[in-house]
Write a protein that binds this ligand. Structure first.
Ligand SMILES: *[C@@H]1O[C@H](CO)[C@@H](O)[C@H](O)[C@H]1NC(C)=O
Ligand SMILES: *[C@@H]1O[C@H](CO)[C@@H](O)[C@H](O)[C@H]1NC(C)=O
Ligand SMILES: *[C@@H]1O[C@H](CO)[C@@H](O)[C@H](O)[C@H]1NC(C)=O
Length: 222
């Protein structure tokens, strides 16, 4: 009896944890729109990037949301100056100065421990950050949007932003909005990629924060 209970407990643990570790089937590259984000959060930077920057690269599974996949694994501070600089360009901690962010690396640490550990053991820490740079560089949302007539400095519906991106990518992005002074503000766009083919795929879980179906105007801030 006692042994049976122990076995059950063990099985429950296996069941609870086995889909998590190494079971990711797609990536979500979450890109921040700095002008909107910084308007709301405040960013102590003299130059706010006028292009999308990385919030995170999230290995995830269609069936279960993945995070904190391997708690014992800690982020190793990045020492290589060139990699630090390449990351700072694309993955800045907007709520800190560049000088502080490069020194503390706290944003990269947080993102790595929460999300990057979900692609272990297939991607080491350095492979994970290299891959993030690679995906970011081939995802030019600003040009995609501009080519559809969607430019910073105007207001659009969520449907318009969604269809503008989807008309090029052929897949559904995951738009995120926050309220600023009672109005919606575009702050983030997630683009999902199939793990095996690395082709773009529709994001399986779409945020409701941009209030689709309400015709609400969303500021795409300049
Ligand atoms: C990724 O693509 C492969 C090959 O087309 C497909 O079998 C698989 O289901 C896709 N994965 C997801 C999460 O869509
Ligand atoms: C914005 O970022 C994309 C992807 O990294 C890059 O291809 C593009 O040249 C950048 N555009 C501008 C105007 O800096
Ligand atoms: C976003 O675009 C995708 C792809 O065209 C579409 O399937 C989806 O219904 C759109 N979502 C909204 C809320 O308009």
């Amino acid at each position: 009896m006692f042994q049976f209970q122990l076995t059950s407990v063990f099985c429950i643990f296996l069941f609870a944890f086995s889909p998590i570790y190494g079971a990711f089937d797609h990536w979500q590259l979450v890109l921040t729109w700095p002008a909107g984000y910084c308007k709301i959060k405040g960013c102590p930077r003299t130059v706010i990037p006028d292009n999308f920057t990385i919030h995170g690269l999230w290995p995830d599974s269609v069936s279960v949301m993945m995070y904190n996949c391997d708690p014992p694994t800690r982020f190793n501070k990045i020492r290589e100056t060139n990699i630090k600089n390449e990351l700072e360009k694309r993955w800045p901690e907007l709520t800190s100065t560049a000088q502080f962010a490069l020194k503390s690396q706290s944003f990269w640490k947080y993102q790595y421990e929460k999300h990057g550990t979900c692609c272990l053991p297939f991607y080491s820490q350095s492979a994970y950050f290299d891959f993030a740079i690679k995906l970011k560089d081939k995802t030019d949302l600003l040009t995609i949007l501009r080519n559809q007539g969607v430019t910073p400095g105007s207001t659009y519906t969520g449907e318009k932003l969604n269809s503008s991106i989807a008309s090029v990518t052929r897949v559904a992005p995951n738009l995120k909005c926050l309220y600023y002074q009672g109005k919606l503000e575009l702050t983030e766009i997630g683009i999902c990629f199939n793990r095996t083919t690395v082709a773009m795929m529709s994001c399986p879980r779409i945020s409701t924060s941009c209030k689709f179906g309400t015709n609400a105007g969303i500021t795409f801030r300049q």
